[in-house]
Design a protein around this ligand. Structure first.
Ligand code: ASP
Length: 363
């Protein structure tokens, strides 16, 4: 897997496609995670990760920020997490009065980036944007080199995004019924793209497998940006991804759309049935995003970032664009460190038994 340093170089450098069984893919990803963590400086404990969230760490809060801030995105440029990050970075940058540089640090379903930020200086200049994967990784990765609750300060929730199950333009099935029949009949050849173990697309695939009893062949990428590119090119058959990445392709009929993973249909895609309507039980998932800084970052810095986030989430351009992409910013009272921490904690508890029951692990 690549470890891209900028948006421009990141796109297209996705993982070599691996056409394997899910189990084999899991093993490969686990070894990759270890290899990548070795080249990024070892585990959190070995390289002296920031102390647990005391909020009184070594960063210089006075005058913050004085320099550009790096927003670390754990997936490829052009994907849904990257899209949301770039969208809010603009008004946050205007509010904070400094440049925000977006850095795509890919690998191991988002855990490489999270480890990097957990071990960064707690000075407010390295900020992580992560999604629901922050809550699933502790169960998926027995050797996770950071603790999502202990090694970070939360800044606030950002968005909650529905997911959609979509197929490549020339994939035979046109409806969910046809998809299920086709996948069952062609289990050896049908391929499902995801962004690695810990990605929302992997979680959604796991729920699909649980709901249907079908064990699909996963093709892991470094993000669903490049995965969607391959789907559009008919190089992979189907995937589940956030509306921020799929809505425009669904509306223009560039992909086949089978269902949306929310309890109700969504405004941006009113003709798309829900997974429940399609008879897929328990296949509801909404991807939430939040901002983090390393544990021990001074409270004043957390407050400054949070104030900028609150303003960004009321920005007209952010609201309009997210609306076009099938979502919206979270309410202001959820874009707070406390609400974010509470949500993270409850999501860790929600997903743990589901993942354990499915028997999926990167270890
Ligand atoms: N959100 C995607 C996923 O978790 C990854 C990405 O943002 O590219 O599947």
């Amino acid at each position: 897997m690549t470890h891209a340093q900028s948006a421009t170089t990141a796109r297209g450098q996705f993982a070599a496609r691996q056409w394997r069984t899910p189990r084999a893919a899991l093993t490969t990803l686990a070894s990759l995670a270890l290899a990548i963590s070795a080249c990024t400086g070892g585990t959190g404990s070995e390289s002296g990760s920031a102390p647990a969230g005391s909020g009184d760490g070594g960063g210089d809060a006075a005058g913050y920020p004085e320099d550009s801030i790096t927003f670390v995105v754990p997936f490829s440029a052009g994907g849904p997490t990257d899209t949301v990050t770039r969208l809010i970075a603009e008004p946050m940058s205007a509010e904070l009065g400094v440049e925000i540089v977006v850095q795509n640090v890919e690998g191991a379903g988002g855990t490489v980036a999270a480890e990097q930020v957990a071990n960064a200086e707690p000075d407010g200049y390295t900020v992580l944007m992560h999604h629901i994967g922050m809550s699933t990784a502790p169960t998926l990765y027995p050797e996770l080199p950071y603790d999502p609750l202990e090694d970070f300060e939360t800044i606030g929730l950002v968005t909650e995004v529905p997911m959609t199950i979509v197929g490549s333009p020339n994939f035979e099935p046109n409806t969910m019924d046809e998809l299920l029949t086709y996948v069952e009949a062609n289990l050896d050849t049908v391929t499902y793209a995801n962004a690695g173990i810990g990605a929302a697309s992997q979680l959604c695939g796991l729920l699909f497998e649980t709901a249907t009893g079908l064990d699909v062949t996963e093709v892991p990428y470094d993000g669903t940006g490049p995965a969607l590119d391959d789907l559009l090119g008919d190089q992979v058959d189907f995937m589940c991804d956030q509306t921020t990445n799929t809505t425009e392709n669904i509306l223009s009929d560039a992909v086949k759309a089978y269902a949306v993973t929310t309890p109700e249909r969504i405004e941006a895609l009113p003709d798309l049935q829900t997974t429940a309507e399609a008879g897929l039980e328990g296949m509801e998932v909404t991807v939430w995003h939040g901002l983090y800084v390393p544990g021990g970052t001074p409270q004043e810095i957390v407050d400054a970032l949070n104030s900028a986030l609150l303003i960004a989430l009321e920005d007209e351009n952010v609201i309009t664009r997210l609306g076009e992409l099938g979502t919206s910013p979270v309410e202001q009272d959820r874009a707070t460190p406390d609400a974010h921490t509470e949500h993270l904690q409850s999501q860790i508890e929600l997903w743990r038994p589901i993942i354990e029951d499915a028997g999926v692990t990167a270890g």
